[in-house]
Design a protein around this ligand. Structure first.
Ligand code: FAD
Ligand code: DHB
Length: 372
């Protein structure tokens, strides 16, 4: 068996790449370790940069996104008892779209299957040979001109690229919930509080997605629903405003790390998305970076310039790494942090909520930097 581009992993990176290459008339085969059901229900990110939403629409997978995605022109930062608005649309002329990663994945799987193109679920790739361009899976081998390693941080492709690793682990995690209740706020709220960070987000007019900072190895069993709501209320309290609760239908803990492997390519193998880099979720960059990588990869496969792929991606990756690290260390309660750290965080938060150039810098990064 042979193909032009063998794609390992049917997350946002692999599926978007398959779609972009299909539109260029390039042949692809996609392998995915998990079932379709699993991929379509794995709850993760929810914020699309303006340009990423546009790319999905241009790729012909944006009908539901246009109908159900919720456009936001700003976010709120809360600290020291006050809630401050960052009017991103006003500051940089673009905003974000709230649309769950699960929905992006469903739309891409539907499009792939509607085109009748190969997407093999429950087929875990065992190894890839970057030199020979071979993908090995149970019962067979696929010869490829190019292999796209889109199999996330725990996949097999990352190990086949001799790369220098740049890493940072954070001593905390997020407990995330999905609740059947209308969101209590108009736009996302990132809250810095002495009890720890909290984030108020949403998935739809009926579904709220909320997070609280916890230990990186926190046991979910320690968090009955009552405790989650109590903690969310304490960390986001504001005079004249109330957080409404409802049935919690999903609950999980995510650890946090920053990771970049350089370079992102080796011989015939090109890494994209979480296989190449991880960001802590605070800047909402993971999904957006994955889709930006494969936009660049698809252009290079179709139009030439594959040798520059890694270099081109890494400029944007490091900008997102910095922004995510900055949001993370500014907004969280730092275990072991002293009053000096706390004063620095508050000073920085006051700065970005009072100085227009500082707010514009935040907005430019959050909505997706175009110039890099
Ligand atoms: P993935 O989505 O990880 O997809 C990789 C795919 O490869 C998976 O489907 C996997 O099953 C498959 N695979 C793995 N090994 C193999 C193999 N050997 N053979 C075949 N297939 C294989 N980002 C945010 O911005 N905000 C968030 O709130 C947020 N929350 C997150 C919560 C969790 C628990 C995790 C893990 C990540 C979260 N992220 C978040 C990050 C964001 O979801 C990722 O950056 C995004 O999923 C990256 O897409 P990807 O396609 O590169 O990787
Ligand atoms: C969501 C996740 C994030 O990491 C973030 O920064 C904003 C929103 C979410 O899941 O909705």
């Amino acid at each position: 068996m042979r193909t032009q581009v063998g794609i390992v992993g049917a997350g946002p990176a692999g599926l978007t790449l398959a779609r972009l290459l299909e539109l260029q008339g390039i042949e692809t085969v996609v392998f995915e370790a998990r079932s379709r059901e699993y991929c379509e229900h794995r709850i993760r990110a929810g914020v699309l940069e303006h340009r990423v939403a546009e790319l999905l629409r241009e790729a012909g997978v944006g009908a539901r996104l246009a109908a159900e995605g919720i456009s936001h022109g700003g976010i709120h930062l809360q600290f020291d008892g006050g809630r401050h608005h960052i009017p991103m649309q006003e500051l940089v002329g673009r905003g974000i779209v709230i649309y769950g990663q699960t929905e992006v994945v469903k739309d891409l799987i539907d499009a792939r299957l509607a085109s009748g193109l190969p997407l093999h679920f429950e087929t875990a790739v065992e190894s890839v040979d970057a030199t020979a361009g071979v993908i090995r899976y149970p019962g067979g081998e696929l010869q490829c001109d190019v292999i796209a390693g889109c199999d996330g941080f725990h996949g097999v492709c990352r190990q086949a690229v001799p790369a220098e690793a740049f890493e940072r682990e954070y001593p905390f995690g997020w407990l995330g919930i999905l609740a059947q209740v209308a969101p209590s706020m108009d736009e996302l709220v990132y809250a810095h509080h002495e009890r720890g960070f909290a984030l108020l987000s949403l998935r739809s007019p009926q579904l709220s997605r909320y997070y609280v900072q916890v230990a990186h190895d926190e046991d979910v069993a320690e968090w009955p629903d009552e405790r989650v709501w109590e903690e969310l209320r304490a960390r986001t309290a504001l005079d004249g405003w109330e957080l409404h609760d409802g049935p919690i239908i999903e609950k999980g803990v995510t650890g946090m790390r920053s990771y970049v492997g350089e370079p992102m390519q080796h011989e015939r193998l090109y890494l994209a998305g979480d296989a190449a880099h991880i960001v802590p979720p605070t800047g909402a960059k993971g999904l957006n970076l994955a889709i930006n990588d494969v936009r660049i990869l698809a252009e290079a496969i179709a139009g030439g310039g594959l040798e520059h792929y890694s270099r081109e991606c890494l400029r944007r990756v490091w900008r997102a790494e910095h922004f995510s690290w900055w949001m993370t260390t500014t907004l969280h309660k730092l275990p072991g942090g002293d009053p000096f750290d706390e004063r620095l965080q508050l000073s920085q938060l006051r700065y970005v909520t009072t100085s227009e150039p500082a707010a514009r810098s935040l907005a430019e990064n959050y909505t997706g930097i175009e110039a890099i």
